[in-house]
Design a protein around this ligand. Structure first.
Ligand SMILES: [Fe+2]
Ligand SMILES: [Fe+2]
Length: 313
């Protein structure tokens, strides 16, 4: 059940710290990447998977995060925050091992080197802000790809675990950031605020750089890329917001939620709808059709998820 902002706990109190740390630790799922139910893929799916230009970056980011978050956690004085951060570090390391398992199992063209990120508070803030941005985009892209049948659903089931964990991570992060901000003396608060601003700036810059790389044509074309034909800005933003709301609704209503990206997403969606409404009539028909398809896909997707949840032990 999701309730309004008035039910969020005041950041900085011992009760707030207990809540966001305990919930995070208690919702940790036990599994090992090598024992997951990996599907056997056909040549077409393997070709598609190998053509995705993401594996190097994804693998390295997760490996770096595993070491950085674990070491940063070990340096914390507060035992509860230390425990929660070590759990996150373990989960990030496991994401790295999960990508490594995929690389080995499906012979993906990816390399990774030993992590070399210093475990500073700024590194953790940069990483957390980046996760808030990347996860919001990733939620929508994942939903659209799954609805389009881009790859076998059994593979998406494995990745939905990772997305659920990322939703936990960014919820933990915004609560930790607000708690730490409230703990700072008044004169130290502006510097802490600037650290977070720097983190979001770095996150946005990474997204823009990756977008430029894709737009420059240096990214390879995908063998099954036509499944995304007909995508509009409104569909992508709508999917990001819908999935974000669905995943965030699972958390205790007293916890803070990541708000920046959903707010930016809602404003961008309103603008995109205005622009699409002002486009020529035949394009408006396409938009209307797309919105109707969105509704159907969303209903089917949710029905599928509900079914999965009902049969999950
Ligand atoms: Fe991760
Ligand atoms: Fe994460």
């Amino acid at each position: 059940m999701q309730r309004g902002k008035e039910h969020e706990m005041r950041p900085g109190t011992p009760e707030h710290k207990e809540l966001f740390c305990r919930i995070f630790i208690q919702t940790h799922a036990r599994y090992e990447p090598e024992s997951l139910d990996w599907p056997v893929l056909g040549e077409k799916d393997l070709e598609l998977l190998r053509a995705l230009p993401i594996w190097d970056t994804l693998w390295q980011v997760e490996r770096n995060a595993g070491v950085m978050v674990t070491d940063f956690g070990r340096r914390q004085k507060d035992p509860l925050i230390r425990e929660a951060l070590e759990v996150q570090g373990y989960e990030e390391d496991r994401h790295g091992r999960l990508i490594g398992e995929m690389v080995a199992r499906y012979d993906l063209p990816a390399k990774s080197h030993e992590p070399d990120v210093l475990p500073t508070e700024q590194a953790f803030i940069d990483f957390g802000c980046g996760e808030c941005i990347d996860s919001f985009i990733g939620f929508g892209v994942f939903k659209l790809a799954r609805d389009a049948g881009f790859l076998p659903d059994s593979l998406f089931s494995i990745f939905s675990r990772v997305l659920s964990e990322e939703a936990r991570h960014i919820t933990f992060f915004v609560n930790w950031l607000a708690y730490e901000h409230a703990q700072r003396p008044l004169l130290a608060k502006p510097a802490h605020f600037l650290s977070a601003a720097r983190g979001y700036y770095h996150g946005v810059r990474n997204v823009v750089n990756n977008g430029r790389l894709a737009a420059s044509g240096s990214a390879p074309s995908l063998p099954g890329g036509d499944v995304f034909e007909g995508l509009t800005v409104t569909r992508v933003l709508g999917a990001c917001l819908t999935e974000n709301d669905r995943l965030m609704a699972a958390f205790d209503s007293r916890l803070l939620r990541p708000k920046l990206m959903p707010r930016i997403g809602r404003v961008a969606l309103a603008f995109a709808r205005l622009l699409e409404r002002s486009s020529p009539r035949d394009e408006r028909v396409d938009v209307k059709q797309t919105e109707e398809e969105d509704g159907r896909a969303g209903t089917e997707s949710r029905a599928g998820e509900d079914l999965q949840h009902s049969v999950r032990p």
